[in-house]
Design a protein around this ligand. Structure first.
Ligand code: 5AD
Length: 467
């Protein structure tokens, strides 16, 4: 059977989609190749959020094609994911070496399409159609890819986004919000826990909207038919997302629950209260703020003001004083003035984020912001990026230093990425802790004493507390 190499660009959702495709191919008998240089099938799972990510994947495919076509003409080359969805056939027109283009609702068809190409039945395949029910097709896992058990797993709970932020391509690449059923998600989580997983991260483009569309549809059906639906009969004060958290929380043997990405406006009292009520829900929140200026937030169609955002942060910190809060910020959105940008700087100082991912605004095809007046010059975007980065890094450094001398619980995930001789775990608030340990620590919840803080990394010593 052939071997496959999948390279993933972009977010955790993409990581998860790639894992599911790899697992489906392994189930069909494929082996996983160590690199594109030895694989029979090379798939790039792409990201469209910024132009840079698209150009990287296109450049990579050009390099692979040039190398592979010289020596191994039969290697199958494919694009999957968001850029495949938004560009479709255009990718083959531009890169004729590409055999396969698979959109975001068709990951589960990868094995069939590869079969057809490898057997010579079809030459090129492009499938970027919508498919009903595709949100429930990302469910297979590779838990021991490196012959080691995974401690932490991602579970996809929904696809798509209906928020339509004016800068964002995601509603066009991922489609309308569609949620999986709670019982289906819980069954997948249970299976993972039975296979040794201790921590589950629930994934979606806008997880706080989980189940909202389905709930509304059920309400409507109940009203139209007069038959009370499951939802109306058990009408609950808590949102479907919190109901999902509660259901996953009940799984015995599961230690920690995380989720990403939420939308700040989804932090109603029910979710804030869940942090205090559900001990497995860790003290960590990724709250993408995007800007500190009300004027820009409105142009972005974010659906909250600076004040409301600050209120959410305050509520969360009241419920969980040690909560780790990270964010995403865009600099240089069309029309962003120096004054708007300074409001973002001041918001970053006011909130004191544990970490912030900063993005220079990138014009995306067919999004409203791409045609807005007063696009900010590249040089100004770069300069604001540097200034904000400096502020965010200083704050992060101080925050990390406050951990030195403290004792904290970590879940050990495996060898440190930077230094395989050491082990790494994560605090409940989401910070990486590197320590001298061994494979036997993998999967353990351990107390460590923090001895040093580096750049967005903590260093700890378990010996001091576990004498
Ligand atoms: N330009 C720059 N950054 C973007 N993001 C989304 N769309 C764009 C864009 N057009 C950023 C947002 C989002 C993160 C995943 O990517 O900050 O939260």
């Amino acid at each position: 059977m052939p071997s496959v190499y999948i390279k993933t660009y972009g977010c955790q959702m993409n990581e998860r989609d790639s894992e599911a495709v790899a697992a489906q191919l392994v189930a069909k008998g494929y082996s996983l190749a160590a690199s594109e240089h030895v694989a029979d099938v090379v798939l790039l799972n792409t990201c469209s959020v910024r132009d840079f990510a698209e150009q990287k994947a296109i450049g990579k495919m050009q390099n692979i094609a040039a190398e592979v076509r010289k020596n191994r003409p039969n290697v199958v080359l494919g694009f999957m994911g968001c850029m495949a969805q938004s560009r479709g056939q255009e990718l083959i027109d531009r890169l004729p070496d590409v055999d396969l283009v698979i959109g975001t609702q068709k990951f589960h068809r990868t094995a069939d399409y590869l079969d057809e190409i490898l057997n010579g039945k079809r030459d090129k395949i492009v499938d970027v159609a919508a498919e009903q029910g595709s949100e429930a097709t990302i469910r297979e896992h590779i838990l021991n890819g490196k012959a080691q058990k995974s401690v932490s797993a991602f579970v996809s709970i929904m696809q798509g986004c209906n928020q339509y932020c004016t800068f964002c391509i995601v509603p066009y690449t991922r489609g309308e919000e569609r949620s999986r059923r709670i019982d289906d998600i819980v069954a997948e989580c249970r299976e993972l826990v039975a296979r040794g997983v201790k921590e589950i991260t629930l994934l979606g483009q806008i997880v706080t909207s989980f189940g909202k569309r389905e709930k509304r549809d059920e309400w409507q059906a109940a009203r139209d038919t007069g038959v009370p639906s499951l939802v109306t009969r058990h009408s609950s004060q808590v949102s479907p997302f919190v109901q999902l958290l509660e259901a996953v929380h009940e799984i015995e043997g599961l230690e920690r629950i995380r989720f990403t990405s939420p939308h700040p406006k989804g932090y109603g009292d029910d979710l804030v209260e869940a942090y205090a009520r559900l001990p497995k829900l860790v003290e960590s929140a990724h709250l993408p703020v995007q800007s500190g200026s009300d004027r820009v937030l409105k142009l972005m169609h974010r659906g909250y003001t600076r004040e409301r955002f600050l209120g959410i942060v305050e509520k969360l910190r009241r419920a969980q004083p040690n909560i780790g809060i990270t964010t995403d910020i865009i600099v240089g959105f069309p029309g962003e003035t120096e004054d708007d940008f300074e409001q973002t700087l001041s918001l970053a100082r006011e909130v004191q984020f544990d970490n912030a991912y900063i993005f220079k605004y990138s014009q995306r095809k067919d999004t409203p912001a791409a045609d807005m007046p007063d696009q900010v010059p590249q040089k100004v975007r770069e300069e604001r990026n540097q200034r904000l980065l400096k502020t965010v890094n200083e704050i992060g450094k101080r925050k990390y230093e406050t951990f030195v001398g403290r004792q904290t619980q970590i879940l050990v995930e495996g060898p440190s990425r930077k230094n395989a001789a050491r082990m790494a775990g994560r605090t409940r608030c989401g910070k990486i802790v590197v320590f001298d340990g061994s494979e036997r620590h993998r999967g353990q919840l351990m107390d460590v004493k923090i001895t040093r803080a580096g750049s967005f990394t903590l260093y700890g010593d378990p010996a001091i507390v576990n004498l």
